[in-house]
Design a protein around this ligand. Sequence first.
Ligand code: ADE
Ligand code: ZN
Length: 326
Amino acid sequence: TTLEAFARGLPKAELHMHIEGSLEPELMFALAERNGVTLPYKSVEEIRAAYAFSNLQDFLDIYYQGAGVLITRADFKDLAVAYFERLAADGGVHAEIFFDPQTHTERGVAFETVIDGLLDGMAEAEERLGVTSKLILCFLRHLSEESAFETLEQAKPHLAKIAGVGLDSSEVGHPPAKFARVFKAARELGLKIVAHAGEEGPPEYVWEAIDLVGVDRIDHGNRALEDEALTQRLVADGTTLTVCPLSNLKLCVVPDLTAHPMRKMLDLGLKATVNSDDPAYFGGYLLDNYLETAKAVDLSRDDLVVLARNSFEGSFLDEAEKARRL
Ligand code: ADE
Ligand code: ZN
């Protein structure tokens, strides 16, 4: 079989995917029309042409603007269902999806509208596609600690439906330490914890995420490799890294996919996984990330099996569920 058929046929979990980042230009246009929202683009082609980013902030500015078309519960459901259909077509069987409530509550969309719509989509995906999923609520790190605490408060009636909390948005200047107290409160509520760290930020932010915050996974973690002691610590702890190769390429974290550290991560014994981050913006879903990375840094079929296994081992599925899928 071809590598593509092999990789597609491998059952895989996706652990790093922002649901707002799966908003394809076609759906963005349709929702803008449905909701009477004016976009600064005249066509789907014009939107795609705007997707040329020099860094994370370039992308975030366009991503937050795009999310402005999401207004109703049905919008969030449609968004989620469209993602799960793509995931299922790629041989994905489980996803732990990020959502950014503050992006929506700050423009007057209720927390309940967002989470209920996403849960509608997740229920349909499980029933119709056999894809299971969990929700991870992300705090926007460019906003205040107080705003994160307010968001955690809004989440309290929904804790049974939320697996964990994360930290995303503009990394540099907003270290994990800024949110140590919010994460402590989240931990006491029984939530898992993840944080974007070492995407653009320095190794020091990864240290803070593991030692100060006590994360269960690191999202990205690329720059951890600059610090040998940190790398050894992540190996010793078996910390899962949710790596996003096409994102790293599009946000200029790496100059070229052949320079991507994935090969090195596996050789070092790091628990790396492959993920799409914001697939509508970065030009590829889960399978594209596996295949393009495999081609660029010479991953074998055995390597792909390790990556897929890491995705279940690093997931927040319970041990019985993991055992069933491994
Ligand atoms: N929000 C959506 N995608 C992100 C990324 N790659 N890094 C930080 N925040 C994000
Ligand atoms: Zn991300």
